[in-house]
Design a binder for this molecule. Structure first.
Ligand SMILES: *Cc1c(COP(=O)(O)O)cnc(C)c1O
Length: 403
C-alpha cells in the first residue's frame, strides 16, 4: 500500500485523535526510517523518545526473537525470569527497591498515583490524598493522569475530573509552598517538562522540593517517562540533580519500542501495595521485559549511554550555534538528547518544511521544536539535521522579515 491509501483507510477506520504527518513509515534502520514509497528520512523524533536504540538494533532483535520462541505471555498468576531480572536491574540502577510493571506511561503514573494515595491514607488518614502537579506538565491520557496533567486542553470535555489534584507553576518554590497543606499526599513532577516545551528544572528548586517533601512527610514522585532511559545523558535524569524521589515512573524508551511502563519505589513506600491492591494483565509481560532488560544492557554494558552523552553535548552545541544566527530562536533548552528550540514563530511550518527535506522533527507547545532522536544518532547525522534546520530557518527568516 502507498501512503495515500493507508492515510485514507486510517482516516476512515481509526478514531481521529491524532494530528498525523502525511507520512507512512514502513521500516527503519539506525536513525533512518523509510516511507511507503521507499524514501529515506532522518528521524530526530524516534517514536517520541521511544526508539532509544534506533531501528533494527541487532542485539535487541536477537533477544526479542529468542523470547518470542520461548514464551510471549503467561500471566501474573506465575513467576517469570525476565520480569524478575528486569526488576532487579531497575532496582540496582536506581534509588528504588521495588517495581510495579505496566504497559504504558499513563499506566505507570496511575500506579504511582494509587501508591501515593494508599501510602498517605495508611500513614496519615483519609483526609490526606491531594497531589500537587505542575502547570504545563504531561502525565498521560487516562482520567487520573489527564487530571494530573496541568494543561486544560487535555481535560476539556472529559469532566468530571478525578478529585484531589492541584496545579502549581514549575520551578516556583514559593507557589509550591503556598499550596502545600495538611491534605497534601505527594508532589508529582517531570525533572524536565517534555510535552510542556522542554523546560529543565533548576537544581536548587528540585533540592528544595526534596527537602520540603522530607520535612513534611510528603512523597516526591518523578515522572521520568520521557527523561529516563538515558535520554538526558544519565540513565535517569534525577541522577544529575543530586537528589532522589520516593517514586519514579518509566515508559517510552524503557522497552526500546516494546510497550512497557514501570513504577519504581522505595521499600518503605512499595510495601503498601499488598496482594490484590493493583494489577495488570500484560504488566511485566516476558517479551516486553526481555526487551527492556536488553535495552539497559546495551546502554550500560555496551556503553551506548556513555557515547550518547557526547552526541547530546554536540547537538546542544550546534543548536546554540544556530541560535546565534537566527533571531527567531528565543532559547535553546534541554539535557542530553532531549533538546528544545523555543521560537518566536509557529513551529508547525518548520516541521513540515523539514519533512519535505526528509528530516523528521517534532513541535510541542506550538512554538518549541523538540528533538528526541535515537541515542545512537551519529555526529554526521546531527550535522545533517543542523544543515537542514539552518536552510529551513533561513527561508523562514526571509519570509518573516518581508511579509
Ligand atoms: C509520554 C508521556 C506520558 C504518557 O505515556 P503513554 O505511554 O503515552 O501513556 C507520561 N508522562 C510523560 C512525561 C510523558 O512524556
Amino acid at each position: 500500500m502507498l501512503t495515500e491509501e493507508i492515510q485514507e483507510l486510517t482516516n476512515r477506520y481509526v478514531m481521529n485523535t491524532y494530528d498525523r504527518l502525511p507520512l507512512s513509515i514502513v521500516r527503519g534502520q539506525g536513525c533512518q526510517v523509510y516511507d511507503a514509497e521507499g524514501r529515506a528520512y532522518l528521524d530526530c523524533v524516534g517514536g517520541i523518545a521511544v526508539n532509544a536504540l534506533g531501528y533494527g538494533h541487532p542485539d535487541l532483535i536477537a533477544s526479542i526473537k529468542r523470547q518470542i520462541r520461548q514464551l510471549i505471555h503467561t500471566s501474573n498468576l506465575f513467576y517469570t525470569e525476565p520480569q524478575a531480572k528486569l526488576a532487579r536491574e531497575l532496582a540496582e540502577q536506581s534509588f528504588a527497591d521495588k517495581v510495579f510493571f505496566a504497559n504504558s506511561g499513563a499506566e505507570a503514573n496511575e500506579a504511582a498515583i494509587k501508591l501515593a494515595r494508599k501510602y498517605s491514607h495508611q500513614h496519615f488518614g483519609p483526609d490526606r490524598s491531594e497531589i500537587l502537579t505542575m502547570v504545563n506538565s504531561f502525565h498521560g491520557r487516562t482520567l487520573a493522569t489527564l487530571t494530573a496533567t496541568g494543561q486544560t486542553k487535555v481535560q476539556l470535555g472529559f469532566e468530571p475530573l478525578v478529585p484531589g489534584f492541584k496545579y502549581v507553576p514549575f520551578n516556583d518554590l514559593q507557589a509550591l509552598e503556598a499550596n502545600i497543606s495538611e491534605h497534601t499526599a505527594a508532589i508529582m513532577l517531570e525533572p524536565i517538562l517534555g510535552e510542556g516545551g522542554v523546560v529543565v528544572a533548576d537544581a536548587d528548586y528540585l533540592k528544595a522540593v526534596r527537602n520540603l517533601c522530607t520535612a513534611r512527610n510528603i512523597l516526591l514522585i518523578f515522572d521520568e517517562i520521557q527523561t529516563g532511559m538515558g535520554r538526558t545523558g544519565t540513565l535517569f535524569a534525577y541522577q544529575q540533580f543530586g537528589i532522589q524521589p520516593d517514586i519514579m515512573t518509566l515508559g517510552k524508551g524503557l522497552g526500546g519500542g516494546m510497550p512497557i511502563g514501570a513504577c519504581l519505589a522505595t521499600d518503605e513506600v512499595a510495601k503498601v501495595f499488598t496482594y490484590g491492591t493493583h494489577g495488570s494483565t500484560f504488566g511485566g509481560n516476558p517479551l516486553a521485559c526481555t526487551a527492556a532488560l536488553q535495552v539497559i544492557r546495551i546502554l550500560l554494558e555496551g556503553e551506548e549511554l556513555k557515547r550518547s552523552q557526547e552526541r547530546g553535548a554536540y547537538l546542544q552545541k550546534m543548536l546554540f550555534t544556530l541560535k546565534e544566527n537566527f533571531p527567531i530562536i528565543k532559547e535553546v533548552r534541554g539535557r542530553g538528547l532531549l533538546q528544545g528550540l523555543e521560537l518566536s514563530v509557529d513551529g508547525k511550518p518548520i516541521v513540515m518544511d523539514c519533512l519535505a527535506r526528509r528530516v523528521i522533527i517534532n513541535c510541542t507547545m506550538g512554538n518549541v521544536l523538540r528533538f528526541t532522536p535515537p541515542l545512537i544518532i551519529t555526529q554526521t547525522e546531527i550535522d545533517s539535521l543542523i544543515t537542514i534546520l539552518s536552510n529551513v530557518l533561513t527561508k523562514q527568516a526571509l519570509t518573516t522579515t518581508h511579509p
